[in-house]
Design a protein around this ligand. Structure first.
Ligand SMILES: Cc1cc2nc3c(=O)[nH]c(=O)nc-3n(C[C@H](O)[C@H](O)[C@H](O)COP(=O)(O)O)c2cc1C
Length: 202
């Protein structure tokens, strides 16, 4: 049985979603997957990035993270997308990447893969679920198999978001419960993708 290929593709301005992405990558690896952790390209102008020291610092700190490409989507059996909530929606930098996938979509190459998503917002009711559901719209168009965490592990009753791991950045950096939720979500994605692959191979 071939290992499951998982791409964790994210955007993060100030590091919160990057931390969640690292935990998701860790969870996927622990579940036996080959993992590519990829950031999408920054689309904001340098003056916008430079206007917030924590943003500029994060860009520097993650300079070595490889940028996502269409080859990563083709390679992956499952993709976990991470994005901050921006006015209740996914960040435009992630959308910009998603909007380069037309040719892959047209060729049917995004169909049948497993998709899942995670997010951060500044406030508890600031739009985490609307952001995750908005990403889901794209997964439907791609013909994906959406795998949410639901309440499939005790950590979900603590972290509390069945749509996808979510963190309130206004409360500080993600703590162990949120990180464990991200690991669990990614592990579940791997398990279900492995079962799908095994079923297709049988
Ligand atoms: C343009 C913009 C719009 C935002 N919109 C929201 C929002 O609708 N709700 C919310 O709670 N936080 C909002 N935020 C805060 C971000 O969600 C928060 O800074 C982010 O989750 C932190 O993640 P990061 O550190 O990975 O960038 C917004 C931030 C920016 C810059």
């Amino acid at each position: 049985m071939q290992p499951v290929n998982v791409a964790v593709i994210y955007y993060s301005a100030t590091g919160t979603v990057h931390t969640l992405a690292q935990a998701a990558a860790e969870g996927a690896r622990k579940a036996g997957a080959e993992v590519r952790l990829r950031k999408v390209a920054e689309t904001a102008p340098p003056e916008a990035v430079g206007s917030r020291p924590e943003w500029a610092r994060h860009v520097q700190d993650t300079a070595d993270v490889v940028e996502a490409g269409l080859d990563d989507l083709e390679w992956a059996d499952a993709v976990l997308f991470g994005t901050p909530t921006r006015f209740g929606n996914p960040a435009s930098a992630l959308r910009a990447f998603i909007e380069t996938t037309g040719a892959l979509w047209y060729q049917g190459k995004l169909a049948g893969k497993v998709y899942s998503a995670f997010t951060a917002s500044n406030t508890a009711h600031g739009g985490q679920e609307s952001t995750l559901l908005a990403l889901g719209n794209t997964f439907y168009h791609w013909g994906g198999v959406i795998v949410p965490p639901g309440y499939t592990d005790p950590v979900q009753f603590e972290s509390g978001n069945p749509y996808g791991t979510s963190h309130v950045a206004g409360d500080g950096p993600p703590g162990e419960v949120t990180l464990q939720a991200a690991r669990h979500q990614a592990g579940r994605v791997v398990d279900i993708t492995a079962a799908l692959k095994a079923g297709q191979a049988a």
